[in-house]
Design a binder for this molecule. Structure first.
Ligand code: SF4
Length: 362
């Protein structure tokens, strides 16, 4: 990491020079982190999850990890992103590993990368949401990457401009259905790294906003009985085809919980405050408050709770069912690259029951 730091310091001296790109590093991330620090240091963040899920050979990447020794009964997301770097389908100079607040497998994954000679930069969300600890973590991350504090603040303001476009896309999803659930998922989930180029990503979002304004509104209005309005909670799906399938049933996902959180919708004016409002890394009870609020505001008829096989977050399904007073369907997937027939049948049954006005939990 010292090399990265020296490069970043050197870059601040030649910021506008033609040599700038020589020092730029690709920083892998495995979840949302204060990405402002990465951009402020002049590096490019690469969300390995997005890279894995958009690979035409997801199955092959998972199998690569198993060939190396990852167990069959282990999360496919973890195996997929490990396989991504192992096979060289994605290349990075270092990876930021979130050792607290993301995944119980994060440490083992980080150590596997270290064993492969990949530099790992730790970052931890403080479980008790202590502002001083959070500020310390951001400062340490920025220092490791070689970013000046003022540059991190500037980056926060710039990225918030981009985020505001995605908030509008989200509004157009639930208020009048002009943005589809799949588009909503994709743009929100990409706010972890802004696809490595925030300005280009902003232009893509603007183009979709323009197009969406010309689309006729779909009947996804609150209180509209013609369409079943669903929420999707839990980690992003390993098979994003789920959105189009749900839509083919005459239902529509108008709330993507975790993906929306990647856009930092909390509203706090400062970086530390905003990352403390981000619900995903902390207690499940904070997430439930957010889900309850959005369930009401978006007029949801039911919720799909996606759980990944062998993920510790499956336990949260039990707690969610206990506290969320809304019909819920748990959908578990392992490493399928397509929706399996059993999941399709369960989704179909759930939508039918909701259309009949039944309060059900499957
Ligand atoms: S699905 Fe669960 S186990 Fe897998 S990477 Fe995400 S948090 Fe970790």
């Amino acid at each position: 990491m010292f090399a990265l730091y020296v490069e970043a310091r050197a870059r601040t001296l030649v910021w506008d020079s033609i040599c700038y790109h020589v020092f730029m590093s690709r920083i892998g991330i495995t979840t949302t982190i204060p990405v402002e620090a990465v951009y402020a240091a002049g590096h490019v963040p690469v969300d390995l999850n997005n890279s894995f899920i958009s690979s035409p050979d997801r199955q092959g990447l998972v199998e690569e990890a198993e060939t190396v020794g990852f167990p069959a009964n282990f999360c496919a997301w973890v195996k997929g992103i490990y396989g991504l770097l192992k096979t060289g389908r994605e290349t990075v100079d270092a990876v930021v590993a979130v050792t607290q607040g993301d995944c119980s497998n994060a440490q083992a994954l980080a150590e596997s990368w270290q064993a492969d000679g990949i530099e790992v930069i730790p970052f931890a969300y403080p479980y008790d949401k202590d502002p001083e600890q959070m500020a310390l973590q951001v400062r340490r991350l920025a220092e490791r990457l070689g970013a000046e504090p003022a540059a991190v603040e500037r980056s926060f303001a710039e990225l918030d401009e981009v985020r505001s476009k995605i908030w509008e896309l989200d509004r157009l999803t639930w208020s009048d259905g002009r943005v589809s659930a799949a588009e909503n998922h994709l743009f929100q989930v990409c706010c972890s790294d802004f696809e490595g180029d925030p300005q280009a990503f902003a232009r893509k979002a603007e183009a979709l906003l323009e197009e969406a304004k010309r689309r006729p509104p779909k009947t996804a209005q609150p209180k509209d009985p013609g369409i079943v309005r669903l929420g999707y909670i839990g980690v992003p799906p390993i098979a994003p085809e789920i959105y189009d399938f749900v839509e083919s049933l005459g239902a529509r996902v108008v709330f993507n919980e975790v993906q929306r959180q990647f856009t930092l919708p909390g509203g706090a004016p400062d970086l530390v405050g905003r990352y403390l409002q981000y619900t995903y890394p902390y207690s499940v009870f904070g997430r439930m408050e957010d889900i309850k609020r959005e369930t009401k505001a978006r007029g949801l008829h039911g919720i799909i709770h996606y759980v990944q096989s062998f993920c510790f977050r499956q336990v949260e399904d039990m707690i969610m069912r206990r506290y969320l007073q809304v019909p819920m369907l748990a959908v578990e997937m392992d490493q399928a690259v397509r929706l399996d027939q059993r999941t399709k049948t369960r989704l179909e049954t759930f939508v039918q029951l909701l259309r009949g006005g039944e309060h059900c939990t499957l």
